[in-house]
Design a protein around this ligand. Structure first.
Ligand SMILES: Cc1ncc(COP(=O)(O)O)c(C=O)c1O
Length: 376
């Protein structure tokens, strides 16, 4: 066979690797990272993805997982055992709070949801067995922006870990580890892969000790990502910087349009001056606010339905962060599992629509939204 020098990493679509003999096997254990044994433990494609994301987030290392949910699971199980206590911001993706409050509580991990108003005064919530605080840089779905540096001061003071879900912001906008967070997680399914064709997750750790724990959980729980999905995500990641600039400028244009529309009651976008954390978002986000926004029309499901049906080019898809714009409905999808009281407290009402703004021509998006709003 001739020498092959591929420009891009080939897909190592193999579940296992071979050894010449027992000496080679011993070498595998003595020199970790120098060779491969079994794809559930590590694979060149998942390693490449982990290295690239780690470089962007500036950590000590990263572990890729089969989904954003398994990334959160690996992070929490890496840090906690039965009897430990976890704090979680109440305004967070519904799946994350369901994982904590409905599943991890079943195996003896205590969970307290912290209302946004109390997030900077954690003292009353911290217990001797509290291990970590989990929150999102920009919350799903109403784009609350959290001051990571201020929160890190508090978590350090209480000697608990700060775990930040950076899915909405991405490291192009905010690098939580540089602001004092201990771990960052992503649903790679979203911006990092970027093309709505991958389900994946990643945990990036500031400290080696945490990294080894998360790796161990990933391997023994079998939370690994397949070679092909790793390859697709690594390919998408190469254009992250370009995409985030377009997502951000398009979303700002759409948010400004929506804000001036008489049928729109409220817009949540951190790039708007009216947003309560506008100054923080500007500072923490290096002038970009990402592609996610939410807005409210009249609180009537039928009006939302008419709006969706009238859209010509923007599909209703209960996910986000692809290159093509889509809308979602938090009350019926991402935050469906919350109680009606929680939904109300978080302002997730019947008229709230979440928009994931893609990288198309902004004029086309605005024209489509404009004509659909006439149906409301
Ligand atoms: C902010 C955030 N974190 C985590 C997840 C879970 O990721 P996945 O669907 O890849 O498991 C989601 C999913 O929508 C999300 O929006």
């Amino acid at each position: 066979m001739p020498h092959i020098h591929p420009k891009t990493t080939p897909i190592y679509q193999t579940s296992v690797f071979t050894f010449d003999d027992l000496n080679a096997l011993e070498q595998y254990f003595e020199q970790p990272g120098q060779s491969y044994m079994y794809t559930r433990y590590s694979n060149p494609n998942s390693d490449e993805l982990a290295e690239q994301v780690n470089k962007l987030e500036g950590g000590a290392g990263a572990v890729v997982t089969s989904s954003g949910m398994s990334a959160i699971l690996a992070a929490v199980l890496g840090l906690c055992k039965a009897g430990d206590h976890v704090l979680c911001a109440e305004e967070i993706y519904g799946g994350s709070s369901a994982l904590l409050t409905k599943e991890l509580t079943r195996i003896g991990i205590e969970v307290t949801l912290v209302p946004t108003a109390d997030i900077y005064t954690l003292q009353p919530y911290v217990q001797p067995n509290t291990r970590l605080l989990l929150l999102e840089t920009m919350s799903n779905p109403l784009l609350q922006v959290f001051d990571i540096a201020q929160l890190a001061q508090q978590t350090q003071q209480h000697q608990i870990k700060l775990v930040v879900d950076n899915t909405f912001a991405t490291p192009i906008i905010t690098k939580p580890l540089s602001l004092g967070a201990d771990m960052v997680i992503h649903s790679v399914t979203k911006y990092l892969s970027g093309h709505s064709d991958v389900t994946a997750g990643v945990v990036i750790c500031e400290q080696q000790e945490d990294l080894q724990r998360v790796k161990q959980v990933m391997m023994v729980y079998g939370l690994n990502l397949s070679p092909f999905e790793s390859w697709l995500a690594a390919r998408g990641l190469k254009t992250l910087r370009l995409r985030m600039r377009e997502h951000s400028s398009n979303a700002l244009a759409v948010a400004q349009f929506l804000q001036s529309h008489p049928k729109v009651e409220k817009v949540w976008y951190p790039g708007l001056q009216e947003h309560p954390q506008y100054e923080l978002a500007k500072k923490q986000g290096r002038g970009m606010s990402g592609g996610m926004l939410s807005f409210r029309i009249q609180d009537d499901k039928e009006a939302v339905n008419r709006f969706m049906q009238a859209l010509q080019h923007i599909p209703f898809a209960p996910s986000l962060a692809g290159v093509a714009t889509s809308i979602s409905y938090p009350l019926g999808t991402s935050h469906r599992s919350l109680s009606p009281e929680q939904q109300q407290r978080m302002s997730i009402t019947a008229g709230v629509i979440r928009l994931s703004v893609g990288i198309e021509e902004p004029e086309e998006l605005i024209a489509d939204i404009d004509q659909a709003l006439t149906q409301v």
